[in-house]
Design a protein around this ligand. Structure first.
Ligand code: ADP
Ligand code: GLC
Length: 481
């Protein structure tokens, strides 16, 4: 049996702020259990729901040399849907009310601690993975620590690492002196060919330099990040490692996200009966959110972290124009205050058309995916994007910018060939976006049969994990040899 350990900062259903958690929570379930024992290690956050905390069982604890002292590391575990989870416990680092904090230096301290703790606990819990699969900057030091001290140890000898980039923008950067003190790594690691980038120590870069293989979450993003525009300063390194870098598109959990069985939605439906049944979800949402109640009104949805990555500047720019149209807009999200306030403002100004729900709710997200006619995702960059996949699954037509995974997963509607699953535009330009939305409006209002065929094609797409899980397995096999 080949053994793989996922290490990440969040995972569904225990902790989630975005798509990373969806991937960590759903991909391991889809790896073939006959050949692979895949386990997952995430932090034990205080903010985790009580029902999940209650499931965890104590495994062991130890003290680890870290940041100049000896630090407590607790290890807990549980098994969920056949997947074995380990949790790293330390109240100082993971005791806050939220998963992430705004203190960039503390974030580095917490996740460098996590990275070292993941390696340190392995011999004690008796799990000796052939591959450690690291996700995003928070686990960037795992390949580095493995190279530095653990590789000399027989237990870790020959252990391979994969580093998956879910978002290149977040890198975990601070001045090298401080990071060296915190991590205890030798000064020789803080050079431009290793952890240093533009005078900072960069944890993500550490992962990219030392991992045996690098992946990212769509083919297009794998290409984009080798260019200066998308490369976030690391495009040179990614070009240098292009032979070890590949894109594997994300899937979604087809059981959790299934309109036929979803317990969160008012009316279940399928590809066979969405024409009649789906609108009952719209009606219920209009009522719940105080929007004008009209089955026929085209409802656009946004479910997102409210950051500039997602293209909200474009939306803000044309909001007044858009609100002159016969549409409704339902937003669910939290994040940067300027975007939260922008949506609050328009919800006040156009109260029967716009609903701003500035909070996080799994249930509400499902209700929006089910209720809306179209889903708006005009991202500036998008490594993969899961929201558009969820929308497709729920027969909600995505309107996206052609970048990263959005380009790879949404096929533009072609009215002459009667193909396509959504609407898209190329340039990061507010009126190009508005034109796409208005094109979608015309099809929705004037050519209902065509519209429903777009919906149907979207619902018939297979964005489950099956195909991509196989690609990860092949990569693990290749690495293990
Ligand atoms: P990212 O990882 O960049 O945030 P993705 O599209 O990959 O973008 O994944 C976003 C995930 O987070 C989806 O599962 C989406 O439904 C969920 N999500 C984002 N904001 C919220 C929110 N406010 N409430 C509930 N779910 C949310
Ligand atoms: C990141 C990206 C998103 C991707 C997700 C899961 O948060 O922003 O595009 O879908 O990770 O890989």
């Amino acid at each position: 049996m080949k053994k793989v350990l996922f290490a990440a900062s969040e995972g569904v259903p225990f902790s989630k702020t975005g798509g990373l958690a969806d991937v960590v929570g759903s991909l391991p379930k889809c790896i073939d259990r006959e050949y692979f024992d895949v386990r997952v290690c995430i932090p034990k956050y205080m903010s985790m729901k009580q029902e999940y905390k209650d499931r965890l069982q104590y495994v062991t604890h130890f003290y680890m040399d870290y940041n100049g002292t000896s630090v407590y590391v607790g290890v807990l575990e549980t098994v969920l849907d056949g997947v074995h989870y380990y949790f790293i416990d330390n109240e100082h680092y993971f005791g806050g009310g939220k998963i992430y904090t705004d203190d960039a230096l503390f974030e580095i301290e917490r996740y460098a601690f996590f990275s070292k703790a993941v390696l340190s606990m392995l011999p004690l819990v008796g799990f000796q993975p052939n591959v450690i699969h690291c996700h995003d900057w928070q686990t960037g030091l795992i390949p580095v620590y493995l190279n530095e001290r653990f590789q000399g140890d027989l237990f870790f000898h020959g252990m391979k690492t994969v580093f998956t980039i879910h978002n290149l923008k977040f890198q975990g950067k601070w001045n090298p002196k401080t990071v060296q003190r915190i991590t205890g790594l030798d000064a020789s690691y803080f050079t431009p060919d290793k952890l240093e980038a533009y005078k900072d120590a960069n944890l993500l870069k550490g992962g990219l330099v030392y991992a045996d293989a690098i992946t990212t979450v769509s083919d297009t993003y794998a290409e984009e990040i080798k260019t200066p525009f998308y490369g976030e300063g690391l495009d040179g390194l990614l070009r240098a490692r292009k032979g070890d870098l590949r894109g594997i598109v994300n899937g979604i959990d087809f059981e959790d996200f299934n309109p036929a069985t979803d317990p969160h939605i008012v009316q279940n439906y399928t590809v066979a009966n969405f024409r009649k049944e789906k609108k009952k979800n719209k009606r219920a949402l209009q009522e719940a959110l105080g929007l004008e109640q009209d089955d026929k009104k085209m409802m656009l949805g946004v479910v997102s972290r409210l950051t500039d990555q997602k293209g909200f500047d474009l939306i803000a720019y044309v909001m007044d124009e858009l609100c002159q149209d016969a549409i409704q807009l339902v937003v669910l999200g939290t994040g940067e205050e300027r975007y939260e306030n922008m949506f609050r403002h328009f919800a006040w100004k156009y109260s029967d058309k716009v609903s701003a729900n500035i909070y996080y709710s799994e249930e509400m997200s499902h209700r929006i995916y089910a209720a809306c006619d179209a889903f708006l995702m005009p991202s500036l960059f998008e490594p993969c994007g899961l929201s558009q996949l969820m929308s497709l699954r729920y027969g909600t037509v995505p309107i996206v910018r052609e970048t990263g995974g959005l380009k790879d997963t949404v096929q533009a509607y072609n009215e002459f060939e009667h193909t396509g699953t959504g609407f898209s535009f190329t340039n990061y330009n507010a009126h190009e976006m508005l034109n796409s939305i208005r094109y979608a409006e015309r099809i929705y209002y004037d050519r209902k049969i065509e519209w429903n065929r777009i919906v149907q094609r979207g619902m018939e797409q297979d964005f489950s994990w099956q195909a991509s899980a196989r690609k990860y397995q092949e990569m693990y096999d290749w690495l293990i040899g």
